[in-house]
Ligand binder design. Sequence first.
Ligand code: THU
Length: 163
Amino acid sequence: MEKRKIGFELLVFEDEKELSQNEQKLLREAMEAKENAYAPYSKFKVGAAVLLDNGEVVIGNNQENSSYPSGLCAERVAVFQAGAKYPGVTIKTIAITASSANHEVQEPAAPCGNCRQSIIEYEQKQGSSISLLLRSEKGPIYKCNSVSDILPLAFNSSFLGDS
Ligand code: THU
């Protein structure tokens, strides 16, 4: 038996001024996007801002539905819109912010499993890492350099064989 340890480097910033100007701007765009979330059921608003290699920023926010599973997370609204509007353009970074009307969110909310899987598809397609910037109302800012860091052993198209 062999044991393999899988770990990753999480960068933790106590102050947004430690980030580059572009990263600060992207987080602000995610925060703005969050305000337009449609979250009447959970009262939990999420905003995402996707920075592309051509300099464009595509935003998304969570869109809920009275039939709960029909809603969609902010991250997927944003990356699917980026894929639809700018097909083939590399995604560099996704900033994600969250807040709740019911309580103060104390630490950065990381994307759910479905969103990680959806984002990793684009990493594999484009052949380069997508970094994530995560921030909530309180606490530090987290950065991870690749979504694959937070979805180890991910399913990918190679399992499907040649087609
Ligand atoms: N949500 C997101 O938008 N992104 C995530 O990664 C996790 C959860 C949304 C979905 C739902 O509208 C609300 O947050 C509560 O789960």
